[in-house]
Design a protein around this ligand. Structure first.
Ligand code: THG
Length: 382
């Protein structure tokens, strides 16, 4: 039976008004046949082009250009920029040299997640927080004002464009020159495009490898999009976007869906990015140290869900174990490669053990589920 994995299309249309910001690439994305959008940081984010499964296979095989302008930059600049940056995140930024970027949880005083950005150190006294879907500019600006810090906090107009897939390096090298190949994972460098220097990083929200280009001049957007598409023609390049199936397999979390304001960074499983032993003055680090000592009572887990293809959840699906509540499933999709449904959920800690059997109340009825480790086998080609 073929179930509609393109089920987003059944939602009523969105009125595309000014509050729902378009991007310098929107005309290209629409000409390329975008079939659905979501809203992220008050901005349009494509969710599929040809179909979730077709987009998935193409991303793993070739290369795609993604309009991820919704990854907004919150810029901190000035004498107290480093102090504010370290107050905002529990990841030790002393280890971030200029030219380095990294995943860095932003939490409140209780260790609860405000955001999970990628942080770029542009200069000793200048940072970009490349944010997920929450208004970090208000949180950071409020802290700066309340503490009287000597720093400017604003959201510059920068529109990231991602090139993702195993052939991404070929395309980026063709457009930006051979120096692009020298950029290491989670490093960035300014590279020339049409007499303009653009920040180019080896990063992106897939496990297929690739780059993110931080476009800081809207007028260059269309030209860059076309140049990448032109250079990529011989590599079967196509339009794309973060892919639900691929990112579940990779274990990439989405703020607002898998983890929210109600979860701590440790419950989100972001332990690797929390420098709890470092002598840093980050907000919430004490709360996280205490939670690490006491142990978390729930945590993000991978799951497989038996049976035929599920339609991805809109609202979370309850999960049970031996008749009592075990947690909830927030993301799920059919993996054509693994021939099972792959999922992400927040489970009580006693169930976060690979092999634990659960029942999941999916939209398609009660299904058997099993907790598994993430990433899923074979997810990464990076
Ligand atoms: N790129 C940029 N900004 C972003 C995202 C991005 N902002 C919003 C959102 N995505 C933030 N969330 C993530 C989640 C995971 C990763 C990046 C951004 C990621 N993690 C790597 C991993 O899990 O393998 C490791 C990161 C590291 O080593 O520091 O890539 O995608 N610009």
């Amino acid at each position: 039976m073929t179930l509609p994995t393109d089920a987003f299309a059944f939602a009523p249309g969105l009125a595309l008004t000014r509050r729902l910001r378009s991007t310098p690439f929107t005309s290209r994305v629409e000409a390329a046949g975008v079939r659905s959008y979501t809203v992220y940081n008050h901005m349009l984010l494509p969710t599929h082009f040809r179909g979730l499964e077709q987009d998935y296979h193409h991303l793993r095989r070739a290369v795609q250009v993604w309009d991820v302008s919704c990854e907004r930059q919150v810029e901190l600049a000035g004498p107290d920029a480093a102090r504010l940056a370290q107050l905002l995140t529990v990841r030790d930024l002393r280890t971030f040299a200029v030219g380095r970027c990294g995943y860095a949880p932003v939490v409140d005083n209780d260790g609860l997640l405000i955001n999970d950005p990628v942080v770029l150190r542009l200069a000793n006294d200048r940072f970009w927080f490349s944010v997920s879907d929450s208004d970090v500019v208000l949180w950071a600006g409020g802290l700066a004002a309340g503490l009287g810090l000597d720093v400017t906090v604003h959201e510059p107009d920068v529109w990231p464009l991602a090139v993702q897939g195993p052939l991404a390096e070929e395309v980026v090298a063709a457009v930006f020159g051979e120096q692009a190949r020298e950029i290491r994972f989670f490093r960035f460098a300014p590279l020339p495009f049409r007499n303009h220097q653009l920040v180019v990083a080896r990063s992106g929200w897939s496990a297929q490898g690739g780059f993110e280009i931080y476009v800081d001049d809207a007028a260059l957007g269309g030209e860059l999009y076309d140049a990448l598409m032109g250079a990529g023609a011989r590599y079967d390049i196509g339009p794309g976007c973060p892919n639900l199936i691929e990112r579940i397999e990779a274990g990439l979390l989405t703020y607002g869906t898998d983890v929210t304001r109600a979860d701590t960074a440790l419950e989100a499983g972001l332990d690797r990015y929390c420098s709890l032993d470092a002598p840093i003055a980050a907000l919430g680090i004490e709360a996280l140290r205490r939670q690490a000592t006491a142990g978390v009572s729930r945590r993000i887990s991978g799951l497989i869900i038996d049976g035929d293809a599920v339609t991805p959840p809109r609202d979370p699906w309850p999960a049970h174990a031996e008749g009592s509540t075990a947690g909830q499933i927030t993301s799920a999709a059919w993996s054509p490669r693994l021939a099972t449904n792959v999922a992400i959920g927040m489970l009580a800690i006693e169930h976060v053990v690979p092999g634990t059997a659960l029942t999941v109340e999916t939209t398609a009825g009660t299904r058997r589920g099993t907790a598994v480790e993430m990433p899923f086998p074979g997810a990464s080609q990076r």
